[in-house]
Design a protein around this ligand. Structure first.
Ligand code: ADE
Length: 250
């Protein structure tokens, strides 16, 4: 039987997901809370990843080793890098890359030591299923996820994208930094702080995974202001709706 791990990058987002669980028990390990239960008929374990690659690596590893998850979904927000991406759009990962990995001259830029690769692919089936879940929700209109007020305030007209996501231990909020990443990794759609680390964990343990990121900002000088507001008013509702629909389709 499937046992789904759900990791969220924001505490508030994951609280919304925990609210979907029935028959819950909470287990504490390494300053982390893992909530075990069911969404519908699907067994799952939900946890706040904490921020950054190391923290997310610890949480993902515990999900696999201590809770025996069979699949992992990571959900959170990201800064847009690609032209045309707007606040409220949703990116589902095809590949993950660590934009701050650099062991030159020992290996090539971005290459993960001992894995002989720059990118880690997300699981095609989970990625497709996630895309279907999000498309279903978007068909009903974004208002049904966030309410009319927030939809208007943030001018939300969400589109769904599939593509590359870059992760690093930095909140990107300058044109200089975002352009630097884009010039080296031109196919990357968005930037965040955990996905590629979780991808590496899942690759090494053989656990299928995918990453879902809602665009909260454009990784430029506006990033911080937009970000806080967006989490409170939009990202939480998205997470709850997306996870609920994924579980319905599983
Ligand atoms: N998560 C959301 N926005 C981000 C940004 N601009 N940089 C890194 N992580 C993010």
């Amino acid at each position: 039987m499937r046992n789904i791990g759900i990791l969220g990058a924001m505490a508030q987002e994951i609280d919304e997901v925990k609210a979907l669980l029935t028959d819950k028990t909470t287990v504490k390990i390494a300053n982390r809370e893992f909530v075990v239960g069911k969404i519908g008929n699907v067994r799952c374990v939900v946890a706040f990843s904490k921020w950054g690659k190391v923290a997310a690596t610890i949480t993902a590893t515990l999900l696999i080793q201590e809770f025996g998850i069979t699949d992992l979904f990571f959900i959170g927000t990201a800064g847009a890098l690609a032209d045309g991406l707007k606040v409220g759009d949703i990116v589902v990962s095809k590949r993950l890359v660590q934009h701050d990995m650099d062991t030159r001259p020992l290996l090539s830029r971005f290459e993960i030591p001992f894995l002989k690769r720059v990118f880690v692919n997300s699981d095609p089936e989970l990625t497709e299923l996630t895309g279907r879940a999000i498309s279903n929700l978007l068909q009903n209109g974004v208002e049904s996820m966030v309410g009319e007020e927030a939809a208007k305030e943030f001018n939300l007209a969400p589109k769904l994208y599939f593509g590359d996501i870059a992760s690093g231990d930095q909140f990107i909020n300058s044109e200089e930094k975002r352009n630097e990443i884009l010039s080296l990794l031109p196919d990357v759609l968005c930037v965040e702080m955990e996905g590629a680390a979780v991808a590496q964990v899942c690759l090494e343990f053989g656990t299928p995974f995918t990453v879902i990121r809602t665009i909260s900002d454009t990784a430029d000088h506006n990033a911080r202001i937009d970000f806080n507001k967006f989490i409170v008013e939009v990202a939480n509702a998205y997470s709850r709706a997306i996870v609920g629909e994924i579980m319905r389709l599983l």
